[in-house]
Ligand binder design. Structure first.
Ligand code: SF4
Length: 383
């Protein structure tokens, strides 16, 4: 039995499958320009010369384009402690264009079955707890990889090689789930280029697989992508008070909740990431409020298919020190040594998490709150 509809190696001209661009795209709106007002593009020569690269450069005519030998370790951008003072400005005004060299599909097992090679890394938003800057250093604006076609080819071969999913699991009852946005936010990438649209279009053609990505940004342009159930969008949620303090530059939580019905109607599967859960005085009341809000405002059709991932905050000593330079108030909530412990990490990063007992109790408490206030919300996993 073929594992997907037609082309056995998963190759097809994805661009042909894209919907026509809407007459008025959100990405051309003043609201989008407030998030991304690109003045500087660092580009690998091959990326700048590619079709995708040229389209991105044309979208931001005011930007100065500088050639860089590699999207890693760009002098003056990555690993520059001075940039902490310009954190949000760097994220607003800078883009990097690169060519993705490694196309590894990594096993996951928790949120997704597999982590796809991402079409970007870095982010224009500035969540204080974000692990993405830990890799590239400091403000870490969006790097767009211009070779999405290679990523799609790689995924097509990987999906074909898996065959059908043998048994249901918490990730999905039938499909292999591929996280396409591990190191960034696909909704924001869609303000820059068509990579998210191309990936959504590609998964439409793979009946044994499903794309999945978490987002904190409501980009109405995605409503035109026609995913036909093959993309799961996971709106990340936390109580509004925590979000205002920690989720800098994201869409307000109420807006993310309000968008759920529209995204379901547009053909997405809509799940929620309850994350990160920040244990602070009053956290249980705040989460109760959020769960009651979900119960009050979500349409029945959203509730009928919704599921949630629950992830307790993990923090990092180096990020803590960096954050003190640009957003010290966030650290009052994130850095709580009295309830946290060091977490052994293979790559040597100095992570911290809630102490085992604190974490266990908080996970159980939150599960209890969900059961009491949003009993329709299946928890896929909590840790
Ligand atoms: S939206 Fe995601 S990738 Fe972007 S800063 Fe926040 S946590 Fe990081």
């Amino acid at each position: 039995m073929p594992h997907h509809t037609d082309e056995p190696d998963g190759l097809f001209p994805v661009a042909d499958l894209l919907p026509p661009p809407p007459a008025t795209a959100f990405r051309d709106s003043p609201a989008a320009a407030r998030l991304l007002d690109i003045r500087e593009i660092h580009a690998e020569p091959e990326a700048a010369a590619s079709e995708r690269g040229r389209a991105v450069i044309a979208r931001f005519p005011r930007a100065r384009v500088t050639e860089v030998p590699s999207h890693w370790r760009i002098p003056g951008l990555h690993g520059e402690a001075d940039n902490t003072a310009r954190w949000v400005r760097v994220k607003t005004e800078t883009l990097v264009l690169g060519v993705r060299k490694t196309l590894t599909v990594r096993p996951n097992g928790r949120s997704a079955d597999w982590i796809a090679p991402g079409a970007s890394n870095g982010c224009a938003m500035a969540c204080a707890y974000c692990y993405v800057p830990r890799r590239k250093g400091y403000a870490n604006p969006i790097t767009v990889f211009t070779n999405t076609d290679r990523i799609v080819e790689r995924l097509g071969r990987h999906i074909a090689a898996q065959g059908p999913k043998p048994a249901p699991d918490q990730r999905d009852p039938a499909a292999w789930v591929y996280d396409i946005g591990e190191n960034g936010d696909c909704s924001v990438d869609a303000l820059v280029c068509d990579s998210t649209a191309e990936l959504v279009a590609a998964f439409r053609r793979w009946p044994t697989a499903k794309a999945s990505f978490a987002t904190k940004f409501v980009n109405p342009d995605l409503l035109a992508y026609d995913p036909r159930g093959r993309t799961r969008i996971r709106f990340s949620l936390m109580p509004a008070a925590d979000s205002r303090l920690l989720d800098i530059r994201t869409s307000p939580v109420a807006e993310r909740i309000a968008a759920a019905g529209d995204f379901l109607a547009a053909g997405y599967e809509v799940h929620f990431n309850l994350s990160p859960v920040v244990v602070r005085p009053g956290w249980e009341e705040a989460w109760t409020g959020l769960l009651r809000e979900l119960d009050d405002v979500l349409p029945p059709a959203v509730k009928a298919q919704a599921a949630a991932e629950v992830i307790m905050l993990t923090h990092n000593r180096d990020l803590h020190e960096v954050n003190l330079g640009w957003h010290p108030r966030a650290e009052e909530a994130l850095w709580r040594p009295e309830v946290q412990e060091a977490k052994r990490s293979e790559n040597g990063s100095r992570n911290v998490r809630y102490r085992a007992g604190v974490k266990r109790a908080a996970v159980e408490r939150l599960r209890g709150l969900i059961a009491a206030h949003a009993p329709w919300l299946r928890v896929r996993y909590a840790f």
